[in-house]
Design a protein around this ligand. Structure first.
Ligand code: SF4
Ligand code: SF4
Length: 353
């Protein structure tokens, strides 16, 4: 049986401080009005009441990262030749992310299929992924924007985690999910948790039951293809969208990026930064042509990618973990659930000839 421990809430900071002796530890805390994942600071309160405003995506896939430094020099023997000396900036050290939610951490498995596939591996992503452990907080309550149960998950789904922490009494029941997770549960601050397993199961069951009724999305991939050419449909569902991009930046499964070179004299850095398919410039080509010229085209891509094209490439797995952040954060009230359900109900207009 998997190792199960118990941690009193009053010992949480001490435990994270122990883990921080050998690892970078990230935990959710307030910054302004938002809860974000930041390096653990014992002076700051850790926020574990609900999911953070932003997922811990940046701990493995930074918002902006320097991939390569390079400098140019001329060959003194042949001045027409330019030499380039390049140095990769691979991430170093190990990290522990405490307090991500099951949907957040499962989100990394969507990245894995793309950035660590048999065909190609992104070494920057892989290095961080391999060196990061996740102590995930099961949800003991849910919000009306949560729908992890629609996408084959649950408020206590351990997928992608190393330890699942379940709020029980005045503390956390810590269940090892992986060997790496077991190695994180050796502190003297932890007591045996087996006697509280039943309480943990009750918390998980009640949270699962508090979610809205599961909707069958099995034919969403096909129906989204059928509605692909109906611009009226996409104009209707995107009418309120402001193209602000909040939905993509806060999404734990959005993984698009842009690459830029920043030069200073003969030195330069290659930078990777998150990009956003809801932005008008995302697909702008050098010729001036834009294959996704309107927000209707862009929203079609965002929804279609998550609920149709990705599942088509990856054994039917929907690339949305149901965290509901895009719904909660959208200033215009666009609800991805409504769009998918509407697409499932869509019947093409038959033109009588
Ligand atoms: S958050 Fe809402 S308004 Fe902003 S781009 Fe996304 S759908 Fe549009
Ligand atoms: S599409 Fe929305 S609900 Fe789905 S994972 Fe992204 S932010 Fe969460």
């Amino acid at each position: 049986m998997a190792l199960v421990k118990y941690l009193k809430s009053s010992d949480l900071k001490s435990w994270l401080a122990e883990l921080a002796q050998k690892n970078s530890v990230f935990a959710p805390r307030y910054e302004g009005d938002s809860v974000i994942f930041a390096p653990f600071d014992p002076e700051q309160e850790i926020f574990i009441k609900n999911a953070a405003t932003a997922p811990p995506k940046k701990t493995v896939f930074p918002q902006s990262e320097k991939l390569v430094d390079f400098k140019y020099s001329k060959d003194p023997e042949d001045l027409s030749r330019i030499l380039i000396d390049a140095k990769e900036n691979l991430p170093e050290g190990t990290a522990i992310v405490f307090g991500g939610r099951p949907c957040d951490v499962r989100g990394f498995t969507m990245f894995d299929r793309v950035y660590m596939s048999e065909e190609a591996t992104d070494i920057y992503y892989k290095t961080r992924r391999d060196n990061t452990s996740f102590i995930t907080l099961a949800c003991d309550s849910t919000e009306n924007t949560c729908f992890c149960n629609w996408v084959n998950s649950s408020p206590s789904d351990p997928t992608g985690s190393d330890v699942l922490a379940i709020p029980v009494g005045d503390g956390l029941l810590l269940k090892a999910v992986s060997d790496r997770g077991e190695s994180l549960l050796t502190s003297k601050l932890l007591s045996d948790g087996e006697s509280r397993i039943g309480e943990g199961e009750k918390v998980c069951k009640e949270a699962a039951e508090s979610l809205s009724q599961v909707q069958d999305l099995s034919n969403a991939p096909q129906k989204l293809l059928e509605v692909f050419d109906s611009i009226e449909f996409w104009e209707d569902v995107s009418a309120k969208c402001l193209s602000c991009g909040a939905c993509t930046y806060l999404c734990p499964t959005c993984y698009c990026f842009n690459i830029t070179d920043e030069t200073k004299g003969l030195q330069a850095s290659r930078i990777r930064s998150w990009d956003n398919c809801m932005s008008a410039l995302f697909t702008m080509e050098a010729s001036g042509h834009n294959p996704r010229p309107t927000k209707a085209h862009r929203l079609k891509n965002r929804v279609g990618h998550k609920f149709s094209y990705y599942p088509d490439l990856h054994d039917g797995v929907i690339s949305c973990c149901g965290c509901g952040r895009c719904i909660k954060s959208c200033p215009a009230g666009v609800d991805i659930r409504e769009i998918v359900l509407k697409a499932i109900e869509f019947e093409p207009t038959v033109v009588e000839g």
